[in-house]
Design a protein around this ligand. Structure first.
Ligand SMILES: [Cu+2]
Length: 336
């Protein structure tokens, strides 16, 4: 346990300082479904990037395991084999021995530099937000998310689904075990295409949040006044739902702002975005023009500048069948 925590700390430190490898350790990607022991490990995810991060993580992990085994092995062997009761006499030539000092400084430095190579390479890849085909602005607020498909005319709020929301109330009488994906479901998932490099611009409307979806290997802070970038490109054959949560303690309901990404085929996504754009355009039309929202329309709200987005969201989301969708003019609330 101790070895593990030391290793974990060391691995984090190393990846942060962009450490890396000439150490010829290779991990074989496990293709099996995640279950049992593999649940203790990080996910391999559904993108090339997530697999690269997983491989880096395993590489550093095994380096740490080997270092731990060698160091603790030597330590315990010395303690046992050279104990006083066996007549061992201290070897004082080791104290302030220049050769030894040089060796035990140089060896860790070489290991660190070797680990820095793959870590730096992966970090550069993570930061490469060029050549993206779709940009989505993600704004965290207390306590939900707003997604804005830039240049597509589509924006909506995404918040905890109503069933989870009802069940979480004290004395609700609802057994959370009966709620599917309890606290991990939202009313309107973020819909994205597979096989497309999607760029996220992450920010915060009030306090710091963090948009985290493990399967996509994206965990990016949404900080008010700042725009952070992230990207993902989901494997073309990996359509489906991917879940995540806010990963920054952001207030009372921090635990109740999950994320759901709905990865669809490119053509399905194109059809969806066209439909949403048409609906929102119609809803935004001047008074007198009838809007005809459908039950599938995302919750669209109109927080006036200065008003609290969550209050608006709570009051108006989700858009029920027959209700009149309102135009989204979030820009005033979140624009910098
Ligand atoms: Cu948050």
């Amino acid at each position: 346990m101790m070895i593990r925590s030391i290793c974990a700390r060391r691995a984090t430190l190393l990846s942060l300082t962009a450490a890396a490898s000439g150490l010829l350790l290779q991990t074989t990607p496990v293709q099996a479904e995640e279950s049992g022991w593999s649940l203790l490990n990080m996910t391999q995810g559904v993108t090339d990037m997530s697999r690269h991060i997983y491989d880096l993580h395993m590489l550093i992990f095994w380096v740490c395991v080997i270092i731990g085994a060698v160091v603790f092995g030597a330590m315990f062997w010395s303690l046992i084999a050279y104990r006083k009761s066996q007549g061992a006499v201290p070897d004082t030539t080791m104290v302030h021995n220049t050769k030894v000092e040089i060796v035990w400084t140089a060896v860790p430095v070489i290991i660190l530099i070797a680990m820095a190579v793959p870590a730096a390479r992966t970090l550069v890849e993570i930061e490469d937000t060029t050549k993206t085909d779709l940009t989505i602005k993600v704004t965290g607020f207390q306590w939900g998310w707003n997604y804005e498909y830039l240049d597509k005319g589509v924006t909506f709020f995404s918040r905890l689904d109503r069933k989870s929301d009802a069940a979480r109330e004290l004395g609700s009488g609802v057994d959370p075990n009966t709620v599917e994906h309890y606290l991990l479901n939202v009313d309107h998932p973020l819909v994205v295409p597979v096989g497309v490099k999607v760029r996220l611009l992450v920010t915060g409307a009030d306090v710091i949040h963090s948009w985290w979806v493990p399967a996509l290997a994206v965990k990016k802070d949404g900080i008010p006044g700042f725009v952070n970038e992230a990207w993902f490109n989901i494997d073309a054959d990996k359509t489906g739902l991917y879940r995540g949560q806010c990963a920054e303690l952001c207030g009372r309901d921090h635990g109740f702002m999950p994320i759901v990404v709905d990865a669809r085929k490119k053509e399905d996504f194109d059809a969806w975005i066209a439909e949403q754009a048409a609906q929102q355009k119609q809803a935004a039309a001047p008074a007198g023009t009838e809007a005809t929202p459908t039950a599938s329309a995302p919750a669209v709200v109109t927080p006036a500048a200065g008003t609290s987005p969550q209050a608006e969201s709570a009051a108006t989301a989700p858009a029920a069948a027959g209700s009149k969708a309102t135009a989204v003019t979030l820009a005033s609330a979140t624009a910098r």
